[in-house]
Design a protein around this ligand. Structure first.
Ligand code: CDP
Length: 217
């Protein structure tokens, strides 16, 4: 398969919309290289906090971004909602986004030879990182549904009502930051296919996504 015919999927959406699960299923189904771009921002946030810095301070965040090539992206600590909050703070800094953009574009345009292409999930893949991607999906769900999903992921069945409320407030704060930032705000690309997962399980979402991909092939 030539480079030109390789598949490129841009998948965007808000926190806990089901992007990660859908991205993994699509990557497996189509044999695509997968980049969870949120992990890059989470890792920058983690690096800032570990160095005792402030995620909203540009110098701290830029220094932390430069450490990304040697940062362990599989660190389970990156998954917590508090690291999501730190991620969305560093993600509002244009210099951080600029530094990470080249890495993401290189990944999108150079999938390994044994892969049929690439899928990137994030907030600005269809709008800024890969605006020419032939397949764009924007996945969303109402904020209470997303908070319940994140709550179950973090606490299983042992979480309290208060912990659920905290997650809900954190997600709302993150949505507000992601949608309102000046650089690369979270936004559906005009030509992205919208999937609302509020009342759908992952199998239904996956079916909707592959039906859409097939319609573009
Ligand atoms: O997994 P979840 O959807 O909760 O978040 P994530 O994809 O890991 O992203 C964490 C944070 O990084 C987001 O709230 C965004 O502020 C930021 N982010 C971004 O700005 N651009 C991306 N392409 C990916 C993530």
């Amino acid at each position: 398969m030539s480079l030109k015919t390789k598949l490129l999927i841009a998948l965007d959406g808000p926190a806990a919309s089901g992007k990660g699960t859908l991205a993994r299923k699509l990557a497996e189904h189509y044999n695509l290289a997968l980049l969870d771009t949120g992990k890059l921002y989470r890792a920058v946030g983690w690096n800032v906090l570990k160095a005792g810095g402030d995620p909203e301070n540009e110098d701290d965040a830029v220094a932390a971004t430069k450490k990304i090539p040697t940062t362990d992206l599989s660190n389970p600590e990156l998954k917590s909602e508090s690291m999501g909050a730190a991620a969305s703070k560093v993600a509002a800094i244009p210099a951080v986004r600029q530094l990470l953009a080249d890495f993401q574009r290189h990944f999108a345009n150079n999938p390994p030879a044994d892969k049929n292409g690439a899928i990137l999930d994030g907030r600005d893949i269809g709008t800024v990182i890969c605006p020419d991607a032939p397949i764009k999906i924007f996945i969303t769900a109402d904020v209470e549904t997303r908070a319940k999903r994140r709550f179950l992921e973090e606490f299983g069945n042992t979480g309290s009502e208060e912990e659920y409320r905290t997650i809900l407030e954190e997600l709302k704060a993150r949505d507000t930051r992601d949608v309102n930032r000046a650089t690369s705000p979270l936004k559906k690309a005009d030509d992205a296919h919208l999937i609302d997962t509020t009342n759908s399980d992952i199998e239904a979402v996956f079916e909707a996504a592959i039906t859409y991909v097939s319609s573009k092939e």
